[in-house]
Every structure is written in structure tokens, then in C-alpha cells.
Design a protein around this ligand. Structure first.
Ligand code: C5P
Length: 252
């Protein structure tokens, strides 16, 4: 497969055309951003870790019957994916209160939610990705009713699969963001990435070890909150996630 012209440069990835109109070449970059680009840093090794982690997660999800745009990993930082027409939505699933949810409702981070929560945010840099509800999505024609039903059902199914995957490696899946799109033949598929950049992952293996202690809660973050909250380097945490997922993959 040949890497052709640059089609799009995002905050963490570059997308290139290939000779196949249905296949894109994705390059994972070392750039880390937070607060819609307000905080920005180059972190050596991050692109490689995220490319490898998301490839492994998409592979493990496929084994559980969940399809995605992922085709194959090409190198440390590069992978091939199916070309999709993306819904301009960030699809967030939550199992434990944290981040913007904890802030919005004034509840302590770490509070278990009685039932998983599905939320949508409208992908728009100028608007700072605002929260959006189902009626807004339909009236703005970001997705139709049937698509929204499929997206919601898939998001909940992906949450169940990811939860059991992370529980098996002693990691609590607090929340995560995914994106979906439509293939040229009209199928709705999971796309983009699933990495510690897009999930909140709390370690449950090493009791007493914590990189954040606040409001009486001790958390060992293995995710991008380490960068967002200035808690140290993300690299050892991302390596830990990769090591554990590799062990899980080898055991299956
Ligand atoms: O900030 P918030 O609590 O809404 O984030 C929920 C989840 O979505 C977190 O796992 C976070 O990493 C992810 N997220 C993301 N990209 C964004 C916003 C949130 O991956 N632009």
C-alpha cells in the first residue's frame, strides 16, 4: 500500500490517501493536547504507543464480534483503516463519575454510576465540543433516527466489551470517547482510536499506589489525565497499559 497525499491533520493523527479509495493511511503523532489545544506538548514515544494500543484493542474487540474501521498496523506509528464518512459526534460512555460529568453534577470523582451513561458532544473546535442531546442531533441532521439508535446500541455494546477487557487486566474503565462513521456501502462502524488518550483508566492492581490524591480519593491514573492534570509523564502509564493488553492478547 502506498502513502499518498495528506488529507487531514488532526491534533494527534495525520490522515493520508492511498491508491485504494476505500483505505486511508493513519500516522500517529507524538503531539499531546488538552483543553481543545490550549495545552500542547511533543511527547517522544506517544505516537508509537497509541498506534500499538489502539491496534491491539481493535483486534481484541474484533475477537469479541465488534467490527471497526481498523485494517492493519503497518509500523510503529502507522496503520491502515477503512475510509469512513464520520458523524461529527464524540460518543462518550461513562461507568464512574469523573471529568466533565463529575463537574456538571457536582459529584465526587470515583462515584460509581448506577447504570452506564451515554452522552454525545458535538465535534466543533470553534464551539469547544458542546454537549448535545438526541433531539439536537436529529434536528441538526447530524444523524437520522435509525442511525442514532444503531450508534447508541453499539456504544453500549462496546462499553460492555471494553469493561470486561480492562477488568481482566486490573484496570477500571471509568469512561471513554469513541467516534463512528459510515462506510461507502452504508455500514455504521466504530472508528478513530481507543487509547489512554481517549479513555479514563484507573489501576486497581497495586493498592496504595496513586499519582493523584484529592478530596480523600487516591487514584493511579493510567491515561491522559496525567498530562491534563500535570501529574507526571504519561509514557510509563501508557507502557503499562500496552504491557497488560499484550499479556491478555497472548493468553487468548
Ligand atoms: O472530559 P470528559 O469527562 O467529558 O471526558 C470523558 C471521556 O472522553 C474521557 O475518557 C476523555 O478522555 C474522553 N475525551 C476525549 N476527547 C475529548 C474529550 C473527552 O477522548 N475531546
Amino acid at each position: 500500500m502506498e502513502k499518498r497525499e495528506l488529507l487531514y491533520e488532526g491534533k494527534a493523527k495525520k490522515l493520508y490517501a492511498t491508491e485504494d479509495p476505500d483505505i486511508l493511511w493513519v500516522e500517529y503523532m507524538n503531539q499531546a493536547t488538552a483543553g481543545n489545544g490550549a495545552k500542547k506538548e511533543q511527547i517522544a514515544g506517544k505516537g508509537q504507543l497509541n498506534n500499538t494500543i489502539t491496534s491491539l484493542i481493535f483486534k481484541l474487540l474484533r475477537k469479541k464480534g465488534i467490527a471497526s474501521h481498523f485494517v492493519k498496523r503497518l509500523s510503529n506509528t502507522d496503520q491502515l483503516v477503512r475510509k469512513m464518512s464520520m458523524f461529527p459526534l464524540e460518543i462518550v460512555m461513562r461507568n464512574v463519575a469523573a471529568g466533565s460529568f463529575a463537574k456538571r453534577y457536582g459529584i465526587k470523582e470515583g462515584t460509581e454510576l448506577s447504570t452506564p451513561v451515554l452522552e454525545f458532544f458535538y465535534k466543533s473546535d470553534p464551539l469547544n465540543d458542546p454537549f448535545i442531546n438526541n433531539d439536537d442531533i436529529l434536528s441538526l441532521q447530524l444523524a437520522n433516527w435509525e442511525q442514532l439508535e444503531i450508534i447508541s446500541a453499539k456504544a453500549r455494546e462496546i462499553n460492555q466489551a471494553l469493561r470486561s477487557m480492562f477488568t481482566a487486566i486490573d484496570v477500571k474503565l471509568v469512561d471513554f470517547k469513541i467516534e463512528m462513521g459510515t462506510t461507502s456501502d452504508g455500514m455504521i462502524l466504530l472508528a478513530d482510536e481507543i487509547t489512554p488518550d481517549t479513555c479514563r483508566l484507573w489501576d486497581t492492581r497495586n493498592a496504595g499506589v496513586a499519582n493523584e490524591k484529592s478530596e480523600g480519593v487516591s487514584i493511579e491514573h493510567l491515561d491522559k489525565d496525567i498530562f491534563r492534570r500535570d501529574l507526571g509523564s504519561i509514557i510509563p502509564a501508557y507502557e503499562e497499559i500496552l504491557d497488560r493488553l499484550t499479556t491478555l492478547d497472548e493468553s487468548q
